[in-house]
Design a binder for this molecule. Structure first.
Ligand code: ATP
Ligand code: MG
Length: 285
């Protein structure tokens, strides 16, 4: 069972891909333990004593008001930031910097415009000096996973927004990370493309058993994808509440249970936004 600090609910009974059954993922246990983050030159804590445990193969979605520290948490998990206090562990080992066991996907695709889709996907492997035949096989497999086998030779400007994000996902998958860290990966896409990509991400997730830590502002996206939804509070960033989403995947979007969880998550975020606004107004008086 996973619990968070005050206000969190137990996640007992959630569908647990890392639950130890046959074929269950064996790597990808991500732990942020008592993490505090303060940026240079600032006196206020951005992250205050956050403990978040993601089980191997679990899909955890983080939501919360803008500026509450969601990207900061991902950056700590990625090893781009070292917290002042607390620790970040992957499969029991301290995270001391970026590594191929954790791959990031951002809102901005960050692809090299002068390379083809396949060359972009293979770039990291080339840097790792993976031999060409193996590289080609892995790139092809990653492109196939996101249904882009036909588009490997296209340059970035020849791809739609959704295709670019799928190339970014393939680029993350090709290094076979244990954990995928996704920071609002679909925020810039239209609703239809988003829905398509939700389906693809779910398929990739169930096929690969990766642990996913996913940040979004969309509650609909969260309830569709998550095993567990973390609602953060801001100033400082803390875990305000956790919601287990135990419905099987893929989920019917018109399910009353899903609508009810979405309603509760939205109410929690709204309460947090109102609290922050009231505190800011009081501070400016
Ligand atoms: N490198 C940095 N130096 C100083 N302050 C930073 C830095 N990165 C983030 N912050 C501050 O930390 C806080 C949390 O930022 P973060 O980007 O993690 O928020 P977020 O929840 O991802 O917001 P959004 O939803 O808008 O993306 C903000 O107040 C931000 O200004
Ligand atoms: Mg952010």
């Amino acid at each position: 069972m996973t619990t968070g600090p005050s206000g969190s609910v137990p996640t007992q009974g959630r569908r647990d891909p890392g639950g130890g059954g046959p074929g269950a993922p064996t790597r990808g246990r991500l732990e942020l333990l008592g993490v505090h983050q303060l940026f240079d030159g600032s006196s206020s804590l951005v992250i205050d004593d956050v403990t978040l445990r993601c089980e191997p193969g679990e899909f955890v979605v983080v939501v919360g008001p803008s500026g509450c520290g969601k990207s900061t948490l991902l950056n700590i998990a990625a090893g781009m930031l070292r917290p002042q206090r607390g620790s970040a562990l992957l499969d029991g080992r301290p995270i001391t910097g970026p590594g191929p066991d954790r791959a990031m996907v951002f809102q901005e695709h960050g692809l090299f415009p002068w390379l083809t889709a396949a060359e972009n996907v293979g770039f990291g492997l080339r840097m790792q000096r993976v031999p060409a035949p193996e590289r080609e096989a892995r790139v092809n497999a990653a492109l196939k996973m996101v249904n882009l086998s036909h588009a490997g030779s296209k340059l970035v400007h020849e791809l739609s927004g959704g295709m670019r994000q799928r190339v970014s996902i393939a680029r993350a998958l090709v290094v076979d990370p244990a954990v995928l860290l996704m920071d609002e990966p679909f925020a810039a896409l239209d609703a239809q493309t988003r829905t398509l990509l939700h389906g693809q991400v779910q398929r990739v997730w169930s096929q690969t058993g990766k642990t996913v830590l996913f940040v979004t502002h969309s509650v609909g996206e969260a309830v569709r994808l998550a095993d567990r939804i973390i609602v953060m509070s801001s100033h400082p960033g803390r875990i305000r509440k956790e919601f287990a989403v135990t419905l099987a995947h893929p989920r019917p979007m018109d399910s009353p249970e899903l609508a009810e969880i979405g309603r509760r998550v939205r109410a929690e975020i709204q309460e947090e936004v109102s609290r922050v606004n009231a505190a800011m107004e009081a501070g400016s008086r």
